[in-house]
Design a protein around this ligand. Sequence first.
Ligand SMILES: [Fe+2]
Ligand SMILES: [Fe+2]
Length: 299
Amino acid sequence: MDKLTMMITARKLFRDTVDLPTIPAIVSKVVSMLDDPQANPDEIADLMLSDVVLTAKVLKVVNSPLYRTTNSINSVKRALIFLGFKCVREMILTSYFVDGFKDREQPFNMKAFWTHSFSVGAISRFIARKVKYPDMEKAYLVGIVHDIGKVFLGHYCKDEYGRMLQSIENTSNTTYDAEYEFFGTTHCEVGLCLAQRWNFPSVYSDVISYHHSSKLATEDPFLTAIITLADFYCSSHVTAESVAQASIPGDSEENAWDILTEHAPVDIAPSMEHFLTELDEAYEEVSQEVAVIFNTMAV
Ligand SMILES: [Fe+2]
Ligand SMILES: [Fe+2]
């Protein structure tokens, strides 16, 4: 597969779409203010408060199990101070993205899709803690959006995507390979176009683009490795009904495992298989949390 040709094909598909979901002007103003670490938190909080939906979303997420706060946070300014500008910025983008595609028609089960996405987020955060990756919230949020290209392909190429899914039903073929066969590109390249349009940070774009070819990641290969393994675990061990299928570890997963063992503390499991089995311990807790967070994000 030639990444450049796949990217050109994705851009062509992307160029022809006219009704992409967008975020309200006031929210993009808040997002760009949050980009500036020197910005005044009072000014940002004032602007956020002028949008009731935005305020509700931020307070709901900051008080969700994701952040495990001991006391409830009931002001936007405290949320900004508690989480930091960058985290609030990324949380807002993710939350509006989830909402933007929530009611769009798809040839697959959207509940299963988001369950997979939120599970990958939660498992990524668990792995991040285990291997001492410095930003667990980032691992969580990137995990949620890693497959965003699928909602684009599913919605804008609905019939073809439906046929493609049918063609691999009850086979061991992956959606990634089938997408390439049907569209000449995959959810990774299309997801990259979407991430750029939505101004997600470049590290998000990199993970979205390379979570099935982790060797090519440049921005933060450690984070891409975490998401790659969380995705593999969730696709092969858990969400049988999701848009992703089980498969045996390929080059991307092997490379991700190498990166993890390079960075991880000495007590990491001796093999990938062992490591993946250990994730089972976390999964029960994760799946309960996912149900709560699913309702929290999609206000
Ligand atoms: Fe994927
Ligand atoms: Fe996935």
